[in-house]
Write a protein that binds this ligand. Structure first.
Ligand SMILES: [Ca+2]
Length: 214
């Protein structure tokens, strides 16, 4: 079991943002504009004017990202497969970006490839968002397929193997005072199928050892 543990050091990040201090062992804060802020207070974290809450380290390539967000004003965005660099003058981040579009009443999976090129991956889907309430989200990324769930239901999916890195960032829109709110963020590595079957064999062996001992 020790050998298995070292063969898959799974990413496991969780933050409930309840202590009022950005945990710098997990996160870095990127402030592209003078008005940009990332504020942890009142048990949640807010991105103001495109302040980015990003993972300090790279995460696993097969990853599940979940949590909840609220529209305080306009669009929460989540970038992953990212080096967290900005690819344009507006502070958008590289990689794959999930955009929860309040004005457009939609949800989009976008590619941001650092050279100015971008594009929608998969289909842009309509979504009747409301402001001031939390939505639970979950993003499953196996390195190819990306599926986004809202309140437990599949909302949009797409396929690409492109990546610009392996960090994750949470942010909102860039205009002054625009705020996106997040809470209970979880980023968990997902073992490759081969690692899962190895783990099952390992657990089976452990169960046999326990039976022999009793
Ligand atoms: Ca909280």
């Amino acid at each position: 079991m020790q050998a298995l543990g070292s063969s898959f050091a799974a990413t496991s990040i969780f933050d409930n943002f309840n202590d009022g201090i950005i945990d710098t062992t997990k996160w870095q804060v990127l402030l592209p504009f003078g008005s940009s802020q990332v504020v942890e207070d009142n048990g949640y974290v807010q991105s103001i004017s495109r302040g980015v809450l990003g993972t300090k380290d790279e995460v696993d390539q097969n990853v599940q990202i979940s949590g909840k967000f609220m529209f305080v004003a306009q669009d929460p965005k989540i970038s992953f497969r990212s080096d967290l660099s900005s690819w344009d003058g507006y502070g958008e981040r590289t990689g794959v970006t999930i955009a929860f579009g309040f004005n457009g009443q939609n949800i989009r999976i976008e590619g941001r490839w650092g050279d100015g090129s971008s594009g929608t991956i998969g289909v842009e889907k309509p979504y009747a968002w409301e402001s001031g309430i939390y939505y639970n989200f979950q993003i499953n990324d196996d390195g190819n397929n990306i599926e986004v769930f809202i309140n437990g239901l599949s909302a949009v999916s797409g396929m690409t193997t492109q990546r610009m890195g392996s960090k994750v960032g949470f942010f909102g829109n860039e205009m002054g005072g625009m705020t996106a709110q997040f809470d209970d963020i979880s980023i968990q590595g997902v073992p490759e199928p081969s690692a899962v079957s190895l783990l099952a064999v390992g657990l089976g062996g452990l169960a046999m050892m326990r039976r022999r001992r009793s």
